[in-house]
Write a protein that binds this ligand. Structure first.
Ligand SMILES: Cc1cc2nc3c(=O)[nH]c(=O)nc-3n(C[C@H](O)[C@H](O)[C@H](O)COP(=O)(O)OP(=O)(O)OC[C@H]3O[C@@H](n4cnc5c(N)ncnc54)[C@H](O)[C@@H]3O)c2cc1C
Length: 175
């Protein structure tokens, strides 16, 4: 079978979903350890960062965020204020709430500066199976096109309102 996007067979960290939580996690990890670049992949069927966020804000015609300007995916809390220096009219009272377009442009700048676009694999993750290989724990991710990836760590950032507790959690023996 030929795949449109070929993914590596193994990866250190798999992040599922490419919304603001995934972007925030990624920028913080890279700030802490540049070496993690190339060791993680982000899976999202849209193939883009922030697609669901942008879609939802557009659909509801939300003009500005409800969270103040320090809440954003860059590790530096003042980065959005700095970005907005030439666009002061897009920070709204009472707490400098960022305009929707300003916030989206800022996030795209974060993605561009950190060269993160290439990290998003345009595939959904259909299932996650825990693997035990000797003393090593791994996860096998089955992707929507049938490919499989073995990941050492997995982070779910899919914004699901449902708590996701895998069946195997109940089998963990506690002392
Ligand atoms: C009206 C409204 C106003 C809001 N205002 C604010 C605000 O001002 N400030 C604020 O911080 N928050 C605000 N929020 C909340 C914000 O929208 C969410 O908290 C945020 O989008 C969640 O981010 P996320 O990264 O968890 O998920 P999302 O942005 O929802 O992204 C999840 C991604 O996961 C992907 N995905 C799902 N399933 C899979 C799968 N199986 N495999 C691969 N990918 C998958 C989806 O395609 C999606 O792109 C608001 C929400 C609403 C409804």
């Amino acid at each position: 079978m030929e795949f449109t996007t070929t993914v590596p067979a193994t990866i250190d960290l798999a992040i599922i979903g490419a919304g603001p939580h995934a972007l925030t996690l990624t920028t913080h990890l890279l700030q802490k350890r540049q070496r993690i670049r190339g060791k993680f992949l982000v899976f999202d069927p849209s193939g883009r960062w922030m697609s669901q966020w942008e879609h939802q804000f557009r659909a509801l015609e939300i003009p500005n965020l409800r969270s103040p300007a320090v809440h954003h995916p860059d590790p530096n809390p003042f980065a959005l204020r700095k970005f907005a220096q030439s666009r002061p009219n897009e920070l709204f009272p009472p707490y400098d709430l960022p305009g929707t377009q300003l916030f989206e442009d800022f996030c795209q700048d974060v993605i561009r500066v950190r060269q993160l676009q290439e990290q998003v694999i345009p595939l959904a993750v259909k299932s996650i199976e825990p693997l035990r290989d000797h003393l090593r724990f791994r996860f096998c991710l089955c992707l929507q096109d049938g490919q499989e990836v073995i990941a050492r760590r997995v982070v779910l950032t899919m914004s699901s309102a449902q708590i996701q507790i895998p069946d195997w959690v109940n089998q963990i023996q506690t002392a």
